[in-house]
Design a protein around this ligand. Structure first.
Ligand SMILES: [Zn+2]
Length: 337
């Protein structure tokens, strides 16, 4: 079929690319069923791509930052400014590594395809969704928020809670409904520690690929589990992998959710060392930042670096005169709906 070497080479290359994409789209499988469980959410979103776009790479891929801010159905007290977020004036991975191009991750590419396909009849929704995905708080005060995703578990969550209690820090934990149901005692300890609980969906699905019905059912299932355990329906929502379609954002807002990603990524899910976790956090903090770490992981994951780094991150942030607050405190929103 291919008569010259160049054509044969190109055909092989196309085949390889096709295979790679096919494999990568499987990474949105239900959390925490192995082997995908060993790849927690930030795998989809590199810090470079996250910080280079105002709404996170996945959303930006499916809905470029041409959003214009319009009133949200249920606007939070504080909504990050798209223009401010688009201008990386603050220290960031992108700024620190200018030679690196924004990474078009597998899930970002998939999101672009899926978003375009599923949102084809919803062309006006990206603009309506503008500003609904929050990545940081006001820069006016010297505050920072520690957040921990994929909670709870029995391995790392207790250690993190002990450190936070020792240093008198209140944080925000984004819980999976399935895991909360498995570890109700740990959920109670999070609440008793004075921390805020947010919804991280029920099964850690990659939201842009979900049908409307599947997305809504998953969100509501998690909400029901969390409400039964903590006594309130969380107002905060963090999409797994930080990935969500504009129409899903709008629906969440109509359900009175405030959707919150992050703008400082510890990358701790990679099993990094204490020093690497510290560098990823402390090298990029700024007033109003939201810091992503994890307190749960799959069976093969290791968050020892997070646990070891946490006391020093807290001490260093305080020495830099940062006040450590919860997301509701940072954004001026209620923790419950
Ligand atoms: Zn997660």
């Amino acid at each position: 079929m291919f008569h010259c070497r160049r054509c044969r080479f190109l055909s092989v290359l196309l085949l390889l690319v096709s295979c790679a994409c096919g494999n990568q789209t499987r990474s949105d499988a239900v959390w925490p069923s192995p082997p995908e469980a060993s790849t927690p959410e930030p795998a989809a979103v590199s810090p470079v791509s996250m910080l280079a776009t105002p709404y996170g790479s996945s959303l930006a891929s499916s809905a470029p930052p041409a959003f214009s801010p319009l009133p949200a159905p249920s606007p939070p007290a504080y909504v990050a400014s798209p223009s401010a977020a688009a201008s990386p004036a603050r220290p960031s991975s992108a700024a620190a590594k200018p030679s690196r191009k924004p990474a078009a991750t597998a899930e970002a590419r998939q999101s672009a395809k899926t978003g375009a396909a599923q949102a084809g009849s919803r062309k006006k929704q990206p603009s309506r969704a503008a500003g609904l995905l929050i990545r940081s708080g006001p820069a006016a005060s010297r505050r920072a928020a520690l957040t921990f995703d994929d909670a709870p578990d029995e391995r790392f969550t207790p250690q993190i809670l002990a450190i936070l209690a020792k240093h008198k820090v209140k944080a925000t934990f984004f819980l999976l409904g399935t895991l909360a149901k498995q570890h109700p005692d740990m959920v109670a300890r999070i609440v008793q520690g004075g921390h805020v609980v947010g919804n991280h969906m029920n099964r850690h699905a990659y939201l842009p690929k979900l049908s409307d019905e599947a997305y809504r059912n998953d969100l509501q299932a998690s909400e029901q589990v969390l409400q039964s355990l903590i006594g309130y329906a969380p107002r905060l929502l963090r999409p797994p992998y930080g990935a969500i379609r504009p129409d899903q954002l709008l629906w969440a807002a109509e359900q009175h959710y405030v959707t919150v990603n992050w703008d400082v990524d510890s990358q701790d899910w990679r099993g990094l060392t204490k020093e690497q976790v510290k560098a990823n956090v402390l090298g990029h903090v700024h007033p109003g930042c939201i810091i992503l770490q994890h307190s749960g992981t799959g069976a093969s994951g290791n968050l020892a670096g997070t646990v070891q780094a946490l006391p020093e991150i807290i001490a260093q942030l305080r020495s830099m005169n940062y006040e450590l607050v919860t997301i509701p405190e940072l954004l001026g929103v209620a923790k419950e709906k």
